[in-house]
Ligand binder design. Sequence first.
Ligand code: 3PG
Length: 197
Amino acid sequence: VVTLDDASIAADMARSLVRGGLKIVEITLRTPAALRAIEVIAGRVPEITVAAGTVMSLEDLRCAAAAGASLAISPGATPTLLDECRDAEIPLLPGIATASELMAGLAAKYRCFKLFPAGAAGGIAVLKAFAAPCPQARFCPTGGITQDGAASYLDLENVPCVGGSWITPPEALAHQDWPRIEALASRAAALRTAAPR
Ligand code: 3PG
C-alpha cells in the first residue's frame, strides 16, 4: 500500500517491488499525484497489477480505471458504494470492520473484502470469528500489518493475501532507496512461498 507525493518515482518504485517478487501494488488516492502514478505504473510496468486505494465513490473508481487501475479498494463500504460499484469497469474490494458490514457486503453480492483497519478491528481473532458464520467470505487485512505479523494472518483459511505500507517506508521513498524497497518486497514475497493459497 503506497502513498506517493511524486508520480515521477512511481515506475522505479513499482520495478523495485517486481524485482522483489511482488505482483500487486495499491496506490492510495490520497495525494494529487496518485492518478498519474497509477497511469505511469500501468503504462510502464506491466509486470505488476496496479490497484487504486482509498476509493470513496463510483467517481473515484472510474477515474482510477481510466488511469489504468485493475482493481479498486475502499477503506469502508457505504450501501451506495456497494450498489454503484458492483458492476463497474473494475472490481471493488470493499472495506469492512464489523459483522454487520460484512453481512451488508455479502448481501450486495461481494465475496472478497478488505478488513480495515485490521489490527484495530480485532485482527486475527475477528477473522477467525467471521469464518464461522460467513465461511464463504475472503479477506485482505490491511492496517497495522507488519512483516513479522503477516504470516499469522496468511495462515488463516479465509485470508489469501495481506496488504500494508511496511514495504515502502516513506523515508525509503523520499531517498529513492530502491535496493531497500526491493529487499523489503523480497521478504514480503517470501511469505507467499511459506503459506501458499
Ligand atoms: C491504508 O489504507 O493506509 C493501509 O491499510 C495501510 O495501512 P498500514 O500503513 O498500517 O500498513
